[in-house]
Design a protein around this ligand. Structure first.
Ligand SMILES: [Zn+2]
Ligand SMILES: [Zn+2]
Length: 185
């Protein structure tokens, strides 16, 4: 069994173990056919032959899964931030093909800042949004120009992981600004 410390590091996903996208499993990976102690446990997309396929973190990281036509994140990048340019082909490929996905109710979106794909930090609860990730809050409401401050404060106070209003937080690789979007489970 490999410890979590041996897992590959993902440039755009800060803490896949903490976010429960990898889990300790003895089952062999369907791509490298090795039992490495960890599997990816979130949805993937690809040819029918890949349905239900067990995929290990290493095969995401090194592109072996992508070589089978498997992707992990929404192909249509959600460009909510008018100041950002369209994602480069290189970043888009990294997001879709070599970065683990995370589950949201309406489908995940990968945020951009300074023209680059951001790093996904994780799903927030209200404690995070009032504390370590408070600088992401303003960006949560960029699509809600008509909301009052009271409405925004109320939403933030009710954000929970996996239930009710949820929020997903990213960090820019260039300017370090935190950004996010929210959704309802
Ligand atoms: Zn593998
Ligand atoms: Zn930035």
């Amino acid at each position: 069994m490999n410890s979590a410390a041996t897992l590959p590091k993902f440039e755009l996903f800060a803490d896949p173990v903490g976010e429960k996208v990898f889990a300790e499993r003895d089952e062999a990976c369907g791509i490298c056919l090795k039992s490495r102690g960890w599997l990816y446990v979130q949805p993937h997309y690809g040819p029918a032959a890949s349905d239900g396929l067990a995929i290990c973190p290493w095969c995401i990281h090194d592109g072996s899964a992508a070589a089978r036509g498997i992707t992990f994140n929404d192909a249509e990048i959600y460009s909510r931030f008018p100041s950002t340019n369209q994602m480069s082909a290189e970043d888009k490929a990294l997001v879709e093909q070599r970065t683990p996905g995370f589950e949201t109710w309406q489908g995940n979106h990968w945020l951009m800042c300074c023209g680059r794909a951001c790093v996904y930090l994780g799903e927030a609860d209200s404690t995070d949004l009032l504390g370590r990730w408070s600088s992401a809050v303003a960006s949560l409401f960029e699509d809600e120009p008509d909301w009052s401050e009271a409405e925004k404060t109320d939403l933030v106070a009710h954000v929970r992981k996996g239930a009710g209003p949820c929020a997903y937080v990213f960090q820019c690789r260039i300017c370090s600004q935190l950004k996010g979007f929210w959704d309802i489970h």
